[in-house]
Design a protein around this ligand. Sequence first.
Ligand code: SAH
Length: 220
Amino acid sequence: MMQDTYTHKGLRLRMVENLKESGITDAAVLKAMSDVPRHFFLGAGLDVVAYDEAPVKIGFDQTISRPSTVAMQSQLLQVQRGMKVLEIGTGSGYQTAVLCRMGARVFTIERQKGLFDRTKPLLQQLGYNARCFLGDGYQGLTEVNYGPYDRVLITCGAPSIPEALMAQLKQGGIMVIPLGEVDQEMLRITKLGPTEEEWKIERFGIFNFVPMLEGKEFSV
Ligand code: SAH
């Protein structure tokens, strides 16, 4: 069983101080990231690097985003308690846990079976009641009908804006998406109406995410 020691809490405090210095102002984001033990989502022996301002490998060729990226995406999403949030790319489950801690009702999709099988029970065991799905995030959630969503968060680099996800977003809803094939530009899209001309697009700089890939992946 993993421990959340004073050392971990200290590292977490320092991480949050750094986030404040880097311009994160959303109190709910800062509180959630102070509360969620980030090292619980990484392998044994990574409990100190977990709090570094760096991405960390989580297996299956994937990485957990650096703390400032998680904070930035969470802040851009403008989450309020009770909102339905659809997340693409469960990965380690850390971002999922942060959104749960902020009071969102989280629906999260992962395409890698190995990660899905590891992260779903972990979130449950830690008491985060996100609903986890194995599937292709490009399609959103089609078999189950929990939508439309107040917010959509994409945590992998998308080559284009997935149509199905925009369709599953509420009118007035917000999608945060790193868009691009090599590097990604962080976009916040507010869906003011159903057609593309009615989307308000704001830009928040260049990032580097693992790619959003098509289809489910069962390799281990
Ligand atoms: N939010 C995660 C970030 C993990 S990296 C975390 O906090 O750890 C991005 C994840 O997106 C990877 O796990 C990758 O397998 C997943 N992914 C890539 N393309 C996807 C798709 N089409 N649908 C669902 N998940 C996808």
